[in-house]
Design a protein. Structure first.
Lengths: 210, 119
């Protein structure tokens, strides 16, 4: 029987873990041996941010702001308090600022220092948000980076980049898509993507969910 | 003894740990003031990125009084002071490659800046 090169790889085998996985495991073991971390506490944290807290929270805030002008006003004046009205707050959302996209301004958020991100409303940051290319390029050439995300803006519109490397955490209030008059908050929520609340995306057009 | 145990996780997640402090400090700047970021180059922790050092910006919002990470990170106390949202034009930061209408906002502490003149 003749063997092609791929035949040698048709058996099952386990890939060794990646370097980063090994490094995390080693760190975790050492911290555990020294009793500096409680593995049950880590599991509880991971469970919360994998299963309970994520960008649907932020989408709820945005949908309410689109539907209720008084709520929107409170949100833009004191975001932390207005977000707390919906039951969201806590770690990495202690001091929030909501920035509104308008016909004149498009806002986009980055942390050039590391990965600061509003956890209670968006969950944990995506990998690209933490990557060096995003963090360095979005401040220097925001329009090219946005175009790579599929967002092309008129030159007349101001692009306003927010570097959240201090103590405030930012949520972008996207522009409400046209032809959504009379929609319920639950319907509107479906148009609000994570990237729209970072500013690397826009809210989905109405036709996308109907 | 671990700093964080399982039973404290829900409490931590819910309440967080704000860096905002309720102490009175005089704000050195007012909204609308023009400021120049100091050109200093500490080798220790700072939240003043190199790309704003020496640049001219405008105070847009006073966030209130926050502890200063530059001091806290090195066990030098909380050093509470005002934190501001400061706006820079993209061309001030990056020159002619940027579009004049684009801008960047970053939060900077009182210590980082000096009052500046602006035409």
């Amino acid at each position: 029987m003749k063997h092609t090169p791929t035949d040698y790889h048709d058996h099952e085998h386990t890939e060794p873990p990646s370097d980063i996985e090994l490094r995390v495991k080693a760190l975790e073991s050492i911290l555990q041996e020294k009793q500096l971390i409680d593995p049950a506490a880590l599991d509880a944290l991971i469970d919360i941010y994998e299963h309970k807290v994520g960008p649907r929270n932020g989408a709820q805030v945005v949908a309410k702001a689109w539907s209720d002008p008084q709520y929107k006003q409170r949100l833009l004046q004191d975001a932390t308090a207005a977000i707390a009205e919906l039951g969201f707050g806590g770690v990495q959302g202690e001091d929030m600022l909501v920035v509104e996209n308008t016909a004149a301004v498009h806002n986009v958020v980055v942390c050039t220092l590391c990965s600061c991100y509003p956890w209670p409303t968006l969950g944990l940051p995506p990998i690209w948000y933490k990557s060096a290319p995003y963090r360095s390029r979005i401040v220097i050439e925001p329009r090219s980076v946005l175009a790579e995300f599929g967002v092309t803006l008129a030159p007349s519109k101001e692009v306003r980049v927010w570097d959240s490397n201090a103590e405030l955490r930012y949520l972008v209030l996207p522009e409400r898509p046209v032809d959504t008059e009379g929609w319920s908050e639950a319907q509107l929520m479906k148009l609000v993507t994570r990237n729209a609340m970072i500013g690397t995306g826009l809210a989905l057009p109405a036709g996308d969910i109907r | 003894m671990p700093v964080l145990t399982e039973e404290f996780v829900p409490i931590l997640v819910k309440t967080g740990a704000s860096a905002r402090v309720d102490v009175a400090r005089t704000a050195r700047f007012r909204v609308g003031d023009w400021v120049r970021v100091k050109n200093i180059n500490p080798t220790t922790h700072t939240r003043m990125p190199r790309y704003v050092r020496g640049k001219l910006g405008c105070i847009k919002r006073d966030h209130g009084v926050f502890i200063t990470p530059d001091a806290v990170a090195h066990g030098l106390g909380e050093h509470p002071q005002h934190l501001y949202s400061v706006s820079f034009s993209a061309t001030e930061l990056w020159g002619d490659v940027a579009l004049a209408q684009d801008s960047l906002r970053i939060d900077l502490w009182d210590d980082y800046m000096e009052l500046a003149e602006h035409e």
